[in-house]
Design a binder for this molecule. Structure first.
Ligand SMILES: Cc1ncc(COP(=O)(O)O)c(C=O)c1O
Length: 404
């Protein structure tokens, strides 16, 4: 029987595989075992496990004092915020970004949905790589576009360019690239980005329609070992960079981000797209950040969590896990590890970890069984408390393998 209560749009979001899996994990595992236990080391979601940066608190206090009657009036992309972002992007990527090409959004989610909806229509295809951030599929469903999934090279965690090229059809409108990557922490190297740009340029010519790149980069300031970070938009002019302040500030509940178009995109197209982006943000439910965050952006832009501390946590956990026998890479950015599960059934293994008071996300949530994700926003005490649990779980897994 047709369910007339829920719209087809809502149903399609609920039906999208990753949404169901994440909700199921949230309700049946996270809520029961993690939220309700004080004894568990929480390596699941990218939430803070320490007090917020004092600078955020100070900036919000300072900028909450109204300077004029419009202080808390309706705000779209405010010129002061656009100017701050354009300057910061110029500093980071050495390109003369124009403030008008910056659309301020309520975080990365809104940036991605805006970028998708501004160029892709129902029936258009959007290519992205597995393992993906698990919200791409629901965002595609809501936008009415069809996801086309390819897999990264699981040996190097780099993009599989041949797979992307093969997946392109006449209906391809967008390719999403996420770097630094959630969940692997891979920073896509410039050689790969250059070759991807060539592929997209040639394919756009071949199919007679422009393919756009949505570059999902909320972690682009979280890189380790002095790695020189390059954005995909340095290589391909037809790009929308989607950014969120939620990661660098580790304050994901304060919703601010942006979509940026590079100055290399032809000006007449950018002019048309600026208007269209604003229209989509308006029509999708006013996806602009609230007034206070936009007032405070000059201060917020300059702040970051302690990346050296994060790098020390990465090294400590990677070294300890390798010592125990886990197969795990050392990521170049973001705040995740993506080790191999010692047994093929990653869900069974993550259940075993829960029994050892350690919570991580199984690879199936990232459509990549046989792995699991560790989030390094866990604090130092959680890490110390959690490591013996990882050791006990891999021992139990080896006993199980031996018994089989
Ligand atoms: C790869 C990726 N893109 C986008 C986002 C969305 O960021 P926000 O929640 O700040 O909008 C996330 C958040 O986890 C992410 O990991």
């Amino acid at each position: 029987m047709r369910n007339d209560l829920v719209s087809q749009r809502a149903q399609s979001i609920m039906d999208s595989g990753s949404f169901q899996l994440v909700m199921d994990y949230f309700v049946n595992t996270y809520r029961k075992n993690v939220l309700e236990s004080s004894d568990i080391a929480d390596f699941t979601f990218g939430n803070p496990h320490e007090m917020p940066l004092q600078g955020i608190v100070d900036a919000l206090k300072t900028w909450s004092v109204p300077r004029n009657k419009d202080w808390f009036g309706y705000k779209n992309s405010e010129p002061n915020a656009q100017a701050v972002v354009a300057k910061s992007l110029q500093r980071l990527f050495g390109m003369p970004f124009e403030p008008d090409d910056i659309a301020m959004t309520t975080g990365g989610f809104a940036a991605i949905t805006t970028a998708l909806k501004v160029v892709a229509d129902s029936g258009d295809e959007v290519i992205y790589s597995l393992p993906p951030w698990f919200s791409y599929e629901p965002l595609c469903s809501e936008a009415g576009v069809s996801p086309v999934k390819v897999t990264i090279d699981l040996d190097t965690f780099d993009l599989d360019l041949a797979a992307i090229e093969q997946a392109i059809t006449e209906r391809t409108r967008v390719v999403i690239v996420n770097t630094p990557h959630n969940p692997t922490g891979k920073v896509v190297p410039p050689e790969t980005l250059g070759r991807l740009a060539e592929i997209l340029e040639n394919a756009s010519r071949r199919i007679g329609r422009r393919i756009y790149l949505v570059t999902d980069e909320p972690y682009n300031r979280i890189v380790f070992d002095g790695v020189e970070y390059h954005s995909p938009l340095e290589f391909y002019p037809y790009s929308f960079m989607c950014y969120s302040y939620g990661k660098t500030l580790l304050a994901p509940g304060q919703r601010m981000g942006y979509v940026a178009m590079p100055p290399t995109m032809p000006l007449d197209e950018r002019r048309e797209l600026r208007e269209a982006i604003s229209a989509v943000q308006f029509g999708s439910g006013f996806l602009f950040p609230n007034a206070l965050l936009q007032h405070a952006i000059g201060d917020l832009e300059a702040m970051t969590i302690d990346i050296d501390h994060l790098q020390r946590k990465r090294d400590h956990v990677v070294d300890a896990l390798r010592e125990m026998g886990y197969e795990v890479h050392r990521p170049e950015g973001a705040f995740y590890l993506f080790p191999k599960s010692p047994i093929p059934d990653d869900q069974a293994f993550t259940d075993m970890l829960i029994e050892e008071n350690v919570a991580v996300l199984p690879g199936v949530l990232f459509e990549t069984p046989g792995y699991f994700r560790i989030c390094l926003t866990a604090n130092d005490e959680m890490i110390e408390h959690g490591l013996p649990g990882f050791a006990r779980a891999i021992e139990r897994a080896s006993v199980e393998i031996a018994a089989d």
